[in-house]
Design a protein around this ligand. Structure first.
Ligand code: DGT
Ligand code: CA
Ligand code: CA
Length: 574
């Protein structure tokens, strides 16, 4: 991110607008408006002047205070004063001004007349018909406001990575089919493989920008065109997902990809690195004075900053740049490293395919081993097994194993952790299994201490090998239960238990930070599909993404091991 004069101007205008709405001293308001005008009229780049240590107070209308604020904006891209202005007034006027038709004057009118400070208050007033009565508003504008609020709500929803992928794939093929478009990529959080996605950020190179934009806006998945120009456009798909498209010059492809992949924290850190070397980094390239020294590819930009390519999954400014500088980036695990899948269900409980079908599907993926891990009796909605049913299931698995010598089918169970931390099946039957996965399915609302104690007790059971979906969260639906993950990980380490990265798109549990924590605490993880059908075996890529975001390497993951090594690990008692 490179702060250009227009960014500073925008921030100052916003401050002036907010002060205006808040009925501040008119001289103060005018000072910001004047400063904005000064910056807008400059023929020189303010950020440049800052990097040369020039005295900004020599500019007309810029005193010591404003010059300090400019410094802050150039340094950080933000002005804290702008946030506190609203915070102190318990208001979100900027959000209100994002509603089409609501400029600073209208927002001020609503604030003065009805004391409306945020979208919720605006919605309430509109529903009660009070907006239409304010001077300058009418029934029609009141209705438009309500419509826009509904749209915003839809847009602000984050969706799972998987849902974003289903939306992105057909759109990508559609764009690739356009003769005019020479290159397409998805940047943003999607490329960083975040577990949820706010919107999609597409980059294209093409012969004529306007043609590419036209082709994009004509995609039949488009419900609404928010904006459309020669080099950029934003649309909303029928699903409510927003997609931003930017046309970038070929010479800037790498720099733009880097910039729009983010995260913005990573961008800021990179930009600081560039500034430290007397260079300037923005979405058009890496520059020494006015000469572009890199920009065609990301690799080239990183190389000119003397660091190796950083995988998008790591770009969160969580130490990746420092690690890169020391050539200590992790050699991230990938799907190719995976030799088996240790969590899946069959028709015995709530799966849709038989043991044989699951084993065949896994074998055709090239896996060396799988574990069949159906539910225990407590999980009634999944037709969980009691000891007798599990005994029969064990025989069934043995029978299929005899038919399929090409893949090892481990006998397992996903046993429910009861409220008191005991396991839902007797030890005698658990001891006959190759692998025992335990998991919480009920009593999510225990206190932090109770839940932590419960889970640790389950880990201390001599049969337990893996803790499945350790925090119980469901993305966009259910928060994790209260649990002290540090204590759980310590217990896992002490008992030789493994924590699962459950790859079901709604779970992705452990999350990325917990993966990293596991690695740092010396706890191994197992990346599993939790498949309920043969097709679900493909979920594994989601878990791999999460593991990569958590800096995991093949050796941190038990199912990258050969069967012999895995068996040794599973038999090992702490
Ligand atoms: P999302 O869409 O909420 O899942 O997350 P992102 O990371 O895709 O964020 P988005 O769509 O707002 O912006 C895409 C990228 O563009 C972001 O990762 C970095 C870059 N970017 C956007 N706005 C800024 C900014 O204000 N400063 C900086 N440095 N970079 C920005
Ligand atoms: Ca995005
Ligand atoms: Ca975006």
């Amino acid at each position: 991110m490179h702060v250009v004069n227009a960014d500073i101007e925008t921030i100052f205008r916003k401050v002036a607008d907010l002060l205006d709405i808040l009925n501040a001293n008119p001289f103060r308001i005018r000072a910001y408006r004047n400063a904005a005008a000064t910056i807008a009229g400059l023929s020189r780049d303010v950020a440049d002047m800052v990097s040369r240590n020039e005295d900004l107070t020599r500019l007309p209308g810029i005193g010591r205070d404003l010059s300090k604020k400019i410094l802050e904006i150039v340094e950080t891209g933000h002005l804290r004063f702008l946030d506190t202005l609203e915070k102190n007034a318990h208001a979100s006027f900027s959000e209100l001004m994002e509603i089409p038709g609501l400029g600073p004057r209208k927002v001020k009118a609503l604030y003065d007349a009805l004391d409306i400070r945020n979208i919720e208050e605006l919605e309430e007033a509109a529903e009660q018909g009070r907006i239409a009565l304010v001077a300058g508003f009418g029934k029609k504008s009141q209705q438009n406001i309500l419509k826009e609020i509904v749209r915003r709500k839809e847009r602000s929803r984050r969706i799972t990575y998987q849902a974003a992928m289903f939306a992105a794939e057909p759109l990508l093929s559609y764009l690739r089919a356009c003769d005019d478009i020479t290159q397409v990529a998805i940047a943003g959080s999607f490329r960083r493989c975040r577990e949820t996605i706010g919107d999609l950020d597409l980059l294209v190179t093409c012969r004529r920008g306007a043609d590419a934009v036209r082709h994009f806006t004509r995609y039949d998945g488009v419900a609404d065109i928010l904006s459309s120009g020669n080099t950029r456009s934003s649309v909303v798909l029928h699903s409510g997902l927003q997609v931003d498209l930017r046309v970038v010059p070929q010479v800037s492809w790498g720099a733009a990809l880097l910039y729009f992949t983010g995260s913005w924290q990573h961008n800021i850190a990179l930009r600081k690195l560039a500034i430290g070397r007397g260079l300037k980094l923005n979405e058009y390239g890496l520059f020494r004075e006015h000469e572009r020294i890199a920009g065609k590819s990301e690799k080239e930009v990183y190389a000119c900053l003397d660091i190796p390519f950083i995988a998008p999954e790591l770009r969160e400014d969580r130490g990746e740049i420092q690690a890169a500088a020391k050539h200590q980036l992790p050699a991230l695990v990938s799907l190719d490293d995976i030799r088996g899948d240790l969590h899946m269900h069959t028709t015995r409980t709530d799966g849709h395919n038989s043991i044989l079908q699951m084993a065949e599907a896994a074998q055709s993926k090239g896996y060396e081993y799988i574990a069949i891990t159906d539910h225990s009796r407590q999980v009634r909605i999944a037709h969980g097994m009691d000891a007798e049913a599990l005994a029969a299931h064990i025989e069934d698995i043995d029978a299929i194993q005899r038919k399929m010598p090409g893949i090892a089918i481990l006998k397992g169970v996903e046993v429910d952790i009861l409220r008191d931390g005991t396991l839902d099946l007797p030890d005698e039957i658990l001891q006959q299994l190759d692998i025992v996965i335990c998991a919480v399915h009920y009593h999510f609302d225990l206190s932090l201490q109770q839940q932590t104690r419960r889970i640790i007790k389950a880990l201390e059971h001599p049969c337990t090998r893996i803790l499945a979906h350790p925090t119980g969260r469901l993305l966009t639906r259910r928060q994790p239960y209260a649990v002290d993950m540090q204590a759980v990980m310590k217990a896992a380490r002490d008992t030789g238990c493994v924590l699962e990265i459950n790859s079901a798109p709604k779970r992705l549990d452990l999350n990325d930070q917990h993966c990293r924590m596991a690695k740092e605490m010396g706890v191994k993880v197992s990346i599993d599909s939790d498949a309920h059908s043969t097709g679900d075996l493909d979920f594994l890529q989601n878990g791999i993404n999460q593991a990569r975001r958590g800096w995991l390497e093949p050796e941190d993951v038990i199912n990258t091991r050969s069967l012999t090594e895995l068996k040794k690990l599973l038999q090992q008692e702490a």
